[in-house]
Design a protein around this ligand. Structure first.
Ligand code: IPM
Ligand code: MN
Length: 346
């Protein structure tokens, strides 16, 4: 039988809660679809600092080496280090609002119908990793972060985004800010790479306008490519479209298909330990992992189950806005999820 080894890095805040739920779902679909997943636990973020004195210790790096996927909860530190260590430059963030949650979004339902966006965010370079520092100019302190992109870094993420568009609706919108930052030529480089993809429409769009368009007319987008910082900001708009950032998952991949899978949300210290966190963002991330593995029927079964439960009105506190809904805890939602997976398989 197919056998996978993953490393789970639960992290901090609500991270461990949503990872617990997600791994239970993963083991259930593994059983139902005849593959096995061996899970090792590792240290990242605050717990790693306490134990090893570093947010991303060597021990964790070695443990993750050669595994089939890293399942991350949420951390406040160590994230940029692990992304860079494994050269995870491709960050995929799908956003597909489901009709049963349209009321949870601030946007009108007619603007949400049919929205299906894939954000492709460059994750291993740009201003997050440029030269930075603090200095002092005649008694007045200052700080700086530098946005730097090698042309080759733009080309490789452009190729990844074009490949995604090829498998979708053949449109690629490129976020840029060349009216103010002309030295980083996203538009020209993506157009060059797109010569190998003649059936894909490449549309450059200023990042500020793109933010507005995502709210005004999200249906116009298929794949949205953005650098590290713009991609971070723009993809959070996905939380406004779907109704909660708690629903969104992501895959962070190197060029060879090795990946780290994490929800887009943070550690949410305000609700940590209360058992009310939404596990669907973390679950959406392992759907991406299963798709990456080629376990597509298992991935689809998870998506179907999510749809069933949400349409029956079950949801965690972040999504409960209507009387017709039933607010459940993380644990209750997970139990319902497992039960539904088993029922739909027999
Ligand atoms: C994300 C997060 C991180 C980022 C933070 C925690 C550094 O916001 O993954 O979207 O900015 O990349
Ligand atoms: Mn973010």
């Amino acid at each position: 039988p197919r056998h996978y080894r993953i490393v789970s890095l639960p992290g901090e805040g609500i991270g461990p809660e949503v990872v617990d739920a997600t791994l239970a779902v993963l083991q259930q679909v593994a059983q139902l679809h005849s593959f096995t997943v061996a899970v090792e636990y590792g240290w990242l973020g605050q717990p790693a600092v306490q134990r090893f004195g570093r947010a991303f210790p060597q021990e964790t790096a070695r443990q993750c080496e050669g595994c089939d996927g890293i399942v991350l909860g949420a951390v406040t530190q160590g994230l940029l280090e692990i992304r860079q260590h494994f050269n995870l430059f491709i960050n995929l963030r799908p956003v597909r609002p489901t009709p049963c949650l349209f009321p949870a979004s601030a946007l009108k339902s007619e603007r949400l119908a049919g929205v299906d966006i894939l954000f492709v965010r460059e994750l291993a370079s740009g201003i997050y990793f440029g030269e930075s520092g603090r200095g002092n100019d005649s008694g007045s302190g200052y700080g700086y972060h530098t946005m730097r992109y090698a042309d080759a870094e733009i080309r490789r993420i452009a190729k990844a985004a074009l490949n995604q568009a090829q498998q979708r609706r053949h449109k690629l919108t490129v976020a840029h800010k060349e009216n103010a930052l002309p030295q980083i030529p996203w538009t020209a480089l993506v157009h060059e790479e797109a010569r190998d993809f003649p059936n894909i429409l490449v549309e450059p769009m200023l990042a500020d306008n793109l933010a507005m368009q995502l709210i005004l007319k999200p249906q116009q987008f298929d794949v949205v490519l953005a650098g590290n910082l713009f991609g971070d900001i723009l993809s959070d708009i996905g939380g406004a479209l779907t109704g909660s950032i708690g629903l969104l998952g992501s895959a962070s991949l190197n060029g060879q298909g090795f990946g780290l899978y994490e929800p887009i949300h943070g550690t949410a210290p305000d609700i940590a330990g209360k058992g009310i966190a939404n596990p669907l963002g973390a679950i959406a991330s392992i759907v991406l992992m299963l798709q990456q593995w080629g376990e597509t029927t298992a991935a689809q079964q998870i998506l179907d189950t999510q749809e069933t439960l949400l349409s029956q009105g079950y949801c965690t506190a972040d999504l409960c806005s209507q009387r017709s809904q039933t607010q459940v805890t993380t644990q209750e939602f997970t139990d319902l999820f497992l039960e539904n997976l088993r029922q739909n398989n027999s």
